[in-house]
Design a protein around this ligand. Structure first.
Ligand code: ADP
Ligand code: MG
Length: 708
């Protein structure tokens, strides 16, 4: 048995688990589930209390409920009201009665149901034509005579049952079985990495019990405790390196920059606009840091369009005029190119005592030759300002004398990557991180414990507000008409979907299918493009480039659009299934239009059932200020997550939510600071497992964990 926190499980590849062949292992791999340990940390989306199912005769109208019964009849109806509209219907019965269950526009469901099957259904009960029916429920077939998987019936019924987000090709039942199996194998050898003292001081459940109860809760109280413990872990592991970094920073000597100079004066004088007071205020804060002897670690927050880029460029020039280089890292190639073009243009006319500013671009897609040349120029100091993507992090990038690192849209970078970058110079360069995620300041200070925070509070004057509207699904055609009016004026539009592939579990059309449909029907006289995260980077760039060059009128997309893109001719943003997005995401998406001088529109379409999310969408309609919206979201705090779905926002957190668990975050932070204060390098015996666990999550921190 390994002396490790999860026994020998952590490295056991999932393909060795029973029921997982190469194909399913690949599917799981795409979700980041590579080992049995990853499986244990793949948490349920929700639970169903199948110990207390609602008898069909006692179903209440207007309430989401769970029933279990037998499929009696099935049928397919094609409704005549509209073309392309179909209803699939089954009758389900238990000992107390029967009910009709319907799904809309999902004809393929006919393949799943057979009379005689046992099913569990979770959905809202409504009255239709005088009778109760369940509409578009999530379903699970729990007894299927064709299947050999019936033995574990106790995992799927008669208890609180976990419901997982499902990848294609993997069923709830399979996932439950392999997770249960891995749990059984792990708990015996599992040692808790959290030091006893911290556990007892904060009344935390132990790790084994937490993992068991997050998946298969004995009761909801234990589930809540398990949740609390696992969220604490996330916060704590996140805060530890920050605490250590902060401690180390006080020992470090930084570079002293020449923040005043003619190069900068020229640049500012040449700008086609005047800096706002807010921009000037943050520039003052930055220049104090850069002139000082400690390394700067500053977070620059500012709403979409508030003009962060020019502030960053100014910081870059401060570094350059003293003879240093600056690096500017963007989250995507297209953004890197965009910044490159813009900044190069802005600095092109500036010359001072024979010196000009040389700007370079370094991305993954450069030709080998070009790349080598760029790397060489960087090394020899022939470029002053290098703009790029993650490629800047590669080992082969060596600077002559890097003085400043700017990271744009920080939330797309991991905390680990953030730790890596400053290593690029021989001396500790200053770091400026920019983000448009409107996190309330108090939260930002806690979350980014190692950073100072500056905020751009106002946006440049003269921007036209974006007309924001909210429509129901049934009024889609009106929304498309608004878009077409814009297209007729020669403008461009975006249509965004929350998922790529359609999903029957969510009852939702995906970007791919809608792209094909829109192209044939509603937008057939226009040129449409499709972009989503599963396309390769160069394919994404190509589509984006076409859109930029106005070779496309409408861009159908997923949230890959979220960050930074500046396309002035795009005046219409349509977000479908808007209830699926977090407020911060919606706000970012809206920020993609209204960047020129024309009137712009952001139109959110949501399905009729969505009630709680409607409050969020109303907040979008009412407020245009991102910080105000963030505050609203905190007040609403419904099931909607501020940061949207998991893969976005603060990606370090899988389950913890810093906005709703401020208190727990504070506890974790205090514990992290206390621990680092007594054992900064985690060398004490009681912290061995913790250290191992930390380095597993953030291997980059190895180098912080050395003496000196
Ligand atoms: P963001 O904060 O979203 O990164 P940008 O830096 O991209 O915003 O700025 C958005 C647009 O506003 C850019 O076209 C930029 O040139 C312009 N801009 C920046 N500062 C000002 C200002 N003070 N007055 C007018 N326009 C400005
Ligand atoms: Mg920006």
């Amino acid at each position: 048995m390994g002396w490790t926190s999860l026994g020998n499980l952590q490295d056991k590849p999932v393909r060795y688990l029973k029921g997982i062949g190469p194909k399913r292992a690949e599917t799981l791999g795409r979700l980041g589930i590579l080992t049995a340990q990853d499986l244990l940390y793949y948490f349920p989306r929700r639970y169903e209390d199948r110990a207390n199912l609602t008898p069909i005769s006692q179903l209440k109208e207007g309430v989401v409920q769970t029933i279990k019964g037998e499929v009696l009849l099935k049928g397919q109806r094609r409704a005549l009201r509209r073309r392309n509209f179909s209803i699939f219907q089954v009758a389900v019965g238990d000992d107390t009665g029967k009910i009709s269950v319907v799904w809309f526009n999902q004809p393929y469901l006919a393949n799943y149901f057979k009379p005689g099957m046992q099913v569990v259904l979770y959905g809202k009960v409504e009255r239709y034509a005088g009778r109760l029916q369940m509409s578009s429920p999530e379903f699970e077939i729990i007894g299927d005579s064709d299947s050999e998987e019936e033995k574990d019936e106790t995992l799927h019924a008669g208890r609180i049952v976990p419901v997982y987000p499902l990848p294609e090709g993997i069923s709830q039942r399979l996932l439950r079985r392999i997770i249960k199996h891995s749990l059984d194998e792990a708990v015996g050898t599992m040692a808790d990495f959290m030091p006893m003292e911290i556990r007892s001081r904060n009344a935390l459940l132990n790790l084994a019990k937490s993992l068991i109860n997050i998946h298969f809760p004995e009761n909801f109280d234990l589930q809540a405790q398990a949740w609390r413990r696992l969220c604490f872990d996330e916060f704590f592991l996140f805060q530890l390196p920050l605490a250590l970094r902060k401690l180390k920073k006080r020992e470090k000597k930084g570079l002293v920059h020449t923040v005043k100079g003619e190069l900068l004066d020229r640049f500012i004088a040449d700008l086609p606009f005047r800096l706002t007071q807010s921009q000037e205020a943050v520039i003052r804060e930055i220049s104090v840091d850069m002139a000082g002897t400690y390394p700067m670690h500053r977070l620059l927050q500012g709403d979409v369009g508030s003009g962060k880029t020019v502030v960053a460029t100014i910081a870059g020039i401060m570094a350059i005029q003293g003879g240093f280089q600056a690096a500017f890292m963007a989250p995507t190639e297209i953004l890197a190119k965009q910044h490159y073009e813009k900044i190069r243009h802005q600095v092109s006319g500036i010359r001072c005592q024979g010196k000009t500013i040389k700007v370079g671009l370094l991305t993954g897609s450069l030709e080998k030759k070009e790349k080598e040349k760029m790397l060489n120029d960087i090394k020899e100091g022939k470029v002053d300002l290098v703009i790029g993507t993650h490629a800047l992090l590669e080992g082969s990038v060596e600077f002559k004398n890097l003085g400043l690192v700017v990271i744009d849209e920080q939330h797309k970078f991991g905390v680990g990557q953030r730790a890596l970058l400053p290593r690029k110079g021989r001396l500790e360069p200053d770091v400026l991180i920019m983000t448009a995620t409107p996190i309330p300041r108090t939260l930002a200070i806690t979350l980014y414990a190692d950073l100072d925070v500056s905020v751009i509070k106002e946006s440049p004057l003269g921007r036209k507000p974006i007309t924001t509207l909210h429509f129901k699904e049934s009024d889609k055609d009106k929304v498309y008409d608004i878009a077409k009016e814009q297209l007729k004026l020669g403008r461009q539009a975006f249509i965004v979907y929350p998922v790529i592939e359609e999903s029957y579990a969510l009852d939702m059309a995906g970007a791919k299918r809608r792209y094909a449909e829109l192209k044939k029907a509603e937008f057939k006289e226009y040129r449409l493009g499709l972009i989503h995260g599963r396309l390769k980077q160069d394919e994404q760039d190509e589509v984006m480039q076409k859109f930029l060059q106005k070779k496309l009128d409408v861009l159908v997309a997923t949230t890959v659009l979220e960050v930074g893109i500046d396309i002035q001719n795009a005046t219409c943003m349509i977000v479908e299934n808007a209830q699926r997005f977090g407020l911060a995401q919606l706000h970012q998406l809206r920020g993609r239009v209204g960047r020129g001088t024309q009137e712009s529109y952001c139109i959110m379409i949501s399905s009729e059932e969505a009630e709680v999310p409607a409050a969020r969408l109303e907040a979008m309609v009412r407020y245009s200020d991102g910080f105000r919206i963030a505050e609203e979201d905190l007040k609403i705090r419904g099931p909607g997550e501020f940061f949207g779905r998991r893969q976005h926002g603060l990606s370090e957190f899988k389950i913890a939510n810093p906005l709703t668990q401020m208190q727990l975050l504070k506890l974790a932070r205090e514990e992290a600071i206390r621990l680092i204060g007594t054992d900064p390098l985690l060398q004490l015996r009681q912290n061995t497992l913790l250290k191992e666990r930390l380095l597993r999550q953030f291997p980059e921190y190895e180098r912080l964990m050395v003496v000196g």
